[in-house]
Structures are given as C-alpha cells and as structure tokens.
Design a protein around this ligand. Sequence first.
Ligand code: PDD
Length: 287
Amino acid sequence: MTRTVYVNGEYLPEHEAKISIFDRAFLMADGVYEVTSVLDGKLIDFDGHAVRLERSLKELDMPTPCSKDELLEIHRELVRINGIEEGLVYLQVTRGAPGDRDFVFPDPETTEPTLVLFTQNKPGLADSPAAKEGIKVISIEDVRWGRRDIKTVQLLYPSMGKMMAKKAGADDAWMVEDGFVTEGTSNNAYIVKGSKIITRALSNDILHGITRAAVLRFAREAQMQVEERSFTIDEAKEADEAFVTSASAFVMPVVELDSVTVGTGTPGPVAQRLREIYLEESRKAAI
Ligand code: PDD
C-alpha cells in the first residue's frame, strides 16, 4: 500500500508530495517537529505534543500553520488512511519557502509556513524486544546549541551521536555537558538510586519531554520518589537502574553505560513498572 502523506492542506501519495528547494528547513534547519506515537490506532499524549509545538513555534517567532483541532483531524485522518495500529505520526512545521536564500526571516504575511505530516508503521512498538533486554549507551560530549528546549529539526549532532554509539557496539548515546548528563540523542535520561528516580531538571539545556512529564506524574501518583537534579556518568554507572523515555521508546531500560554494567545488567523493576504504567495509562487516555 502506498503511504499517504499530508503537505500544506493536501493528502497525497508519498511520491507526489513536494517541498520547495527554497524551504527554510531544507536550507537552514529552520523548522520544528513533533513525533506522536500511535497505539491501538489511537494517538498517545496528543495534547502534550500540540502544546509543545505551539511553544516551539512561539519561541522561534514562527507562524502557526493551523489550529490544534485541525492538527488533530490531520493526525487522525493519516492514521486512518494508512491503517496504522502501532506506529508514529511525524509532524514538521517550517518557516516556509520565500523563493530565495536569505538569513533574514521572510515576512510571514507573504511566506506561509510549510506543514508536513507522515506516518511510520511500527507493528510491535509497545512489545519491543529492546525493552525486555535493555539498551547499551555510551557517553559523548554535548556540543549542541543552547536552546534544546525548542524541538527543532537540527538533528545532525544527535544523528552523529547515534552513529558513534553504533560504532562502539552500543544502541544510543547520553550527552554530557560540564560533567553532567543532559539527555539522550532522542530521549530523556534517568537513573534510579534506592527508591529514588533521578532526572535532570527542566531548563533550556534539554527537551521538555512529553513522555517525561507523563512518566514523572505516574511515578509520583504511584508514591515513587522523584528527584529532579543533574547527575554525572560516574553516578549513573553506580546506580541501581537507568532508563530513557521518549514518544517512540516509551520507557526503555538502560543496562550498560560506557561498557560498565548498570545494576544487575537486566531491566530493573522501577523501569519495568514505569513502562507498564505508562503504556496502560496512555492507552486508556489515547484519542
Ligand atoms: N525525540 N530529548 C530529545 C533530544 C528528543 O529528541 C526527544 C524526542 C526527547 C523525548 O521527548 P518526548 O518524550 O516528547 O518524545 C528528549 C523524538 C521521539 C524523535 O526525535 O524521534
């Protein structure tokens, strides 16, 4: 089945979808994005993603392409047309295509934002083998820009980080700045010490994960202790457990850090429990 995608008001077969070579995201990475997961054919945490998108657009002075209700409608329509039961919806908004290359932002009165959405079918997303085994992570220096709270499409360094991890025989990388872990290449990072879940506090240094917000809420509701503070790689190596969260990985246990076994080297009880709660509650609240 040919995938149907959405481009600026139209639902099209993917091979007919076109974006201008002058699009600001193509020339300058001047775009923001969201990834929303789909379970049982329904959207997980749609509201959170829509609110963060609005914030990213506002922070970059970028026009909003359409209302939240219209966005929801487009998400649902793409999931329906493409028959997605488990997978993702990718959304990208760019500052549009002014018809030339110029560092100055185009006038939003004459240059419309570009809005693109497509689905990725991922059967077995929730029942992932990686979640049963846990993943291996390496640490790398965080050399990204200072506004990581804005979900821009500037993903070259995170992409390089994944490649560094692959080369080292690992699955992902945690980035470190001034001695402290910021986050994973495409996820938020956590350690567990005793009964405490520790994760870096929100600031411009990390993306304010939608999964992070939900997982911390569920943890607190389940009477687990949460401490929002920075931690080092050395502290993480000594931790009882480690894990990451994101819209596509949900809660994913980390069992090795820079070739050192974390905890028992198998997914820990806190990460496993949080994954279960997250999946259960998210499925219930899915729209
Ligand atoms: N990445 N930190 C970074 C740098 C991320 O790119 C992501 C998400 C997260 C987790 O955010 P959330 O829980 O809202 O997905 C944290 C998405 C999944 C991606 O780039 O594919």
